[in-house]
Design a binder for this molecule. Structure first.
Ligand code: NAI
Length: 241
């Protein structure tokens, strides 16, 4: 297999960083795009020579246009992991805030589309080319109470995965991962207390939260080990649906 270069959004921490570690472990390059410059610098310092990155806000079209070229340089990407996402503020259906709705849509949905489009223009063809979209089990179950906008964007990612798989075949396989509850900065803010977290864990068939490495394991398989799989979504949720 020739050396690949994986473009990863939201690669500075959490699941995106774990995916970067996995692909580097397989000997591939990765280019990280993240809106958080401090976290990105710290992560790049820990990843070594096979990683580069640039501060890019995927909600901002001009930031993607400017940042992607700088980040990639002569490392044309062969694979893409659309991972960056935001949970958004909790809102009931009777208290929807237009600015907050737009913020979540602009990262989780519009940003994913714009980055995919930019990747398709910048990419280097590769025998094993693939895209992995980070969805969520919220895309199936609607999301936690108050997080319906997030759930709706993730449901859209499931639909987009099928559409992208159809339109980009046979050159590029496109699959999604639907993580359950994974221990990251995003997730830490969700539980009101340790007791609330323990109650949720008790309802997970595997009786534990997931780790970013659990999700990265599935991403590595979808990127490099699933030659006849496209348009699919894999739950990585310890059995939670
Ligand atoms: P995280 O919040 O720990 O990390 C997300 C990274 O994305 C951060 O480094 C952040 O700076 C970056 N980011 C956010 N907005 C951005 C933007 N506009 N432009 C560029 N970078 C941006 O999140 P985590 O938990 O690692 O989640 C990664 C993906 O997995 C997200 O799409 C999330 O929705 C999804 N997911 C996470 C679950 C969990 O339990 N942690 C469960 C299901 C899905």
């Amino acid at each position: 297999m020739s050396t690949a270069c994986i473009l990863i959004t939201g690669g500075a921490r959490g699941i995106g960083l774990a995916v970067a570690r996995t692909v580097i472990g397989l000997g591939h390059r990765c280019v990280l795009l993240d809106a958080d410059g401090d976290a990105l610098a710290a992560s790049l310092a820990s990843l070594g020579d096979l990683a580069r990155g640039e501060v890019v806000d995927i909600a901002d079209t001009s930031s993607i246009e400017k940042g992607l070229g700088v980040a990639v340089g002569d490392w044309a990407p062969t694979h893409l992991v659309n991972n960056a996402g935001v949970l958004g503020r909790k809102m009931g259906f009777d208290e929807m805030d237009a600015i907050e709705i737009d913020r979540v849509l602009s990262v989780n949905l519009r940003g994913l589309l714009l980055v995919t489009s930019a990747f398709l223009k910048a990419r280097r063809p590769h025998a094993d080319a693939a895209i992995v979209n980070m969805a969520s089990i919220a895309g199936f179950n609607g999301g936690a109470p108050g997080l319906s906008v997030y759930g709706a964007t993730k449901g859209a990612v499931l639909a987009l995965t099928r559409a992208m798989a159809r339109d980009l075949a046979p050159a590029i396989r496109v699959n999604a991962i639907a993580p359950g509850i994974i221990e990251t900065d995003m997730q830490r803010g969700v539980f009101a207390s340790e007791a609330a977290m323990n109650e949720v864990v008790a309802a997970i068939p595997q009786k534990r939260l997931g780790s970013p490495a659990d999700v990265a394991e599935a991403a590595g398989w979808l990127l490099f080990g699933a030659p006849y799989t496209t348009g699919e979504t894999i739950r990585v949720s310890g059995g939670r649906i």
